[in-house]
Design a protein around this ligand. Sequence first.
Ligand code: ZN
Length: 256
Amino acid sequence: MPELRYHRCGETRHDVGALLRGAPRERRVFPAGVFRYDDGERRVLVDTGYPPRPWGTGASGWAYRRLLPPRVRDGETVGEQLDPATVTHVVLTHLHPDHIGGVRFFPHAVFVLSAGLVETLRGPRLKEAVLRGLLPPWFENAQRIVVDRFEGEAHGLPSHDLFGDGALCIVDLPGHARGHVGVLVHDRVLLAGDAAWNRDLLGQEQRMRALPRSIGHDHAAQARTAQRLLAAEAAGVRLRFAHDPHPEGVDLLWAD
Ligand SMILES: [Zn+2]
């Protein structure tokens, strides 16, 4: 029986008022979520959360941690919450540190990357905040599925059926980072990565302040993606963002 679970793998805090004009000054906790899909045959992770310490990423890692200080409790990295050997696939929505920090735990998994992510890895721009030091040396030669086209459409979003059976579709969600994608699970739940910081902040892109706007890859595309996600939600799809609150830490999100 297929099921989808959530694991909180560290968190950061940030002032919502510093992100959006007109929002109250509210220091909000943004957990780093890892989603785990199991169907008895495949165990697929979507993102990998924060890394364990030390980061070993020099000055750029230091600057990133100043802006978004991470907090990772004992036992909270993804590699400590499940048996890494049982994971068959890892989908990365994008390459920010709070999404790739646990890549190191999965040398035997097949990594699913969009063509945009592969390009980013080849030639990261400074503002893309790709901390290569967080990726293990074997990552370059890890088994990969590169999604270089979206031949289908799901709820108005360009999509690619990952296994050809409709279980998991990679959907194109451009804007937040180059090559940013999400995963539509059984046409029911859409794991939307960082298309918005939280569900309640989706659709407010026009209020985004200059700094977060400048760090994002393509602000206009992000606003278009948000409208498509809102339409998908109105059509009955459940949206889950990587940094939505999950006080329980581990949750069953969906089961067939
Ligand atoms: Zn991000």
